[in-house]
Write a protein that binds this ligand. Structure first.
Ligand code: F0G
Length: 460
């Protein structure tokens, strides 16, 4: 017998108190924070959807692992548990522990990229792009055309455009392309999944030009579950088998374990390439640590080893993707504009259509995010002109970013169905009041990554 309610497949043993606040208090607190949601104290937030990274709840088993963690400098059993778990899931031969995903990226691009190189990716995440560019290389995004249509029901909008990949090889020449990356799921592309058919086509191009394919595997388990649910021929395969099939197409991966391995800190670089591993380990020792702990303590390695297995559990993944879709479906049914279908880890509201009376430089995404905080204490993240626009240094004119989104990222195993029902209510309340959402302007900004520390004010 099947039931329509898909329950959280866990019980709660430890709880964290949420401090309740009133709209009046929140209006004062966001004003004191310079209308920047990053400047809020997190205990003044009721539901924190700023990120799904490092914010998951560890299991009793993982906390047990934390106690068992062995802190030996070299050759700790915790390292071997970490290695065995990752090797078991991915099949990659060498595994290099790092403190989080971006450290793995920095090492990978340091050993593969030179000035003037080009790295194609379906869509680079910000830190991936920054690490490619830091090497003097070009981070080339090649998302498929379907991603541009926010409303269509296409199953794999995270795919790479394979024709454009071929065109990139023709334009820049294989000598300038040291590797190809694929981000699964495609975070900058709305958390949308990549199909195995698309990965095979990309891997085929890489084989033709004898170039390695690396995965940005932060959310590989969610991507694999989408493949099981949506890709013809995969319904009967296990997520474990699908993850392995994805990894079999690649030479290695970087992973921020703060996502699908459900730890609060950790990451790794994995590869089949012995030469790359040797070079990467030299850099690891320089800036992260000895090869059997890298940037992590023994207890982190244990928690990660266990989380890597829990993250591919299908009951958990079914609940997770269903819960994200549940929120998206309710909002969509009420007419709220959002990227459809919902991604694995987040809902992306389209602030351009949410507040069409505001132009991009009037910061509609900021306005929606602040409304969610003031009305209900929900913290979401603007991915729009505050994050990706800039001020023209010559004229001081504000230039718009490419899109105006507000991301509601859902931490793993942290919030329940009633929390999600509350989030829906808060978004719907902001939607009812959309015509009165104010414009914002930036009153103080640093020269780079301005969204983290800019100060803003509403324009009355
Ligand atoms: N790659 C992707 C696709 C990511 O989403 C992230 C982080 C990273 C790499 C970097 O990993 O933070 O461990 O260094 N994404 C977080 C987010 C910060 O909120 O989406 P990290």
């Amino acid at each position: 017998m099947t039931f329509k309610t898909i329950i959280e497949p866990f019980r709660i043993k430890v709880v964290e108190q949420i401090k309740m606040t009133t709209p009046e208090q929140r209006k004062e607190m966001i004003q004191a924070a310079g209308y920047n949601i990053f400047a809020l104290h997190s205990d003044d937030v009721i539901i924190d959807l700023l990120t799904d990274s490092g914010t998951g709840a560890m299991s009793a088993n993982q906390w047990g692992g934390v106690m068992r963690g062995d802190e030996s400098y070299a050759g700790s059993p915790s390292y071997f548990n970490f290695y065995d778990s990752i090797h078991d899931v991915t099949g990659f031969e060498y595994v290099i522990p790092t403190h989080q995903g971006r450290a793995a990226e920095r090492i990978l691009f340091s050993v593969t990229c030179n000035e003037g190189d080009v790295v194609p990716n379906n869509s680079h995440f910000d830190t991936t792009r920054a690490n490619v560019e830091y090497r003097g290389a070009v981070a080339l995004d090649l998302p498929c055309g379907e991603l541009a249509d926010m409303d269509s029901d296409r199953p794999f909008k995270g795919n790479m455009d394979v024709d454009r990949l071929r065109a990139a090889f023709a334009e820049y020449g294989p000598d300038r392309i040291p590797l190809v990356m694929m981000t699964v799921t495609n975070n900058s592309g709305g958390g949308q999944p990549v199909s195995l058919a698309n990965m095979r086509a990309v891997a085929e191009v890489c084989r033709e030009f004898d170039k390695p394919l690396y995965l940005d595997a932060c959310r590989i388990a969610e991507n694999a579950m989408f493949i099981k649910m949506r890709e013809p021929g995969y319904a009967e395969k296990s997520v474990r088998e699908i993850v392995r099939e994805m990894c079999d197409l690649a030479q290695g991966c970087t992973m921020s374990a703060k996502k699908d391995a459900i730890v609060n800190m950790g990451g790794f670089l994995a590869t089949r390439d012995a030469d790359l591993k040797r070079d990467a380990q030299s850099l690891l020792i320089l800036t992260e640590g000895f090869p059997t702990y890298g940037g992590l303590s023994g207890r982190d390695l244990e928690a990660l080893a266990i989380g890597m297995q829990e993250g591919i559990d299908e009951d958990y993944l079914n609940y997770r993707l269903t819960s994200t879709r549940y929120v998206g479906q309710h909002l969509r049914d009420a007419g709220v504009p959002l990227l459809w279908p919902t991604g694995g880890h987040a809902i992306y509201l389209d602030a351009k259509r949410f507040a069409p009376h505001l132009s991009p430089t009037q910061l509609p995404g900021v306005s929606v995010a602040i409304a969610l905080y003031e009305l209900g204490g929900v913290r979401a993240c603007e991915i729009g002109t505050l994050m990706f626009g800039r001020q023209d240094p010559a004229t001081g004119e504000e230039l718009a970013g490419p899109r105006e989104l507000v991301r509601l990222a859902i931490p793993r195993r942290v919030y329940t169905q009633s929390h999600m029902d509350y989030v829906i209510e808060v978004v719907l309340k902001a939607w009812q009041q959309r015509e009165s959402l104010p414009a914002y302007r930036i009153v103080e900004q640093p020269p780079f990554l301005r969204h983290f520390s800019a100060k803003l004010e509403p324009v009355s």
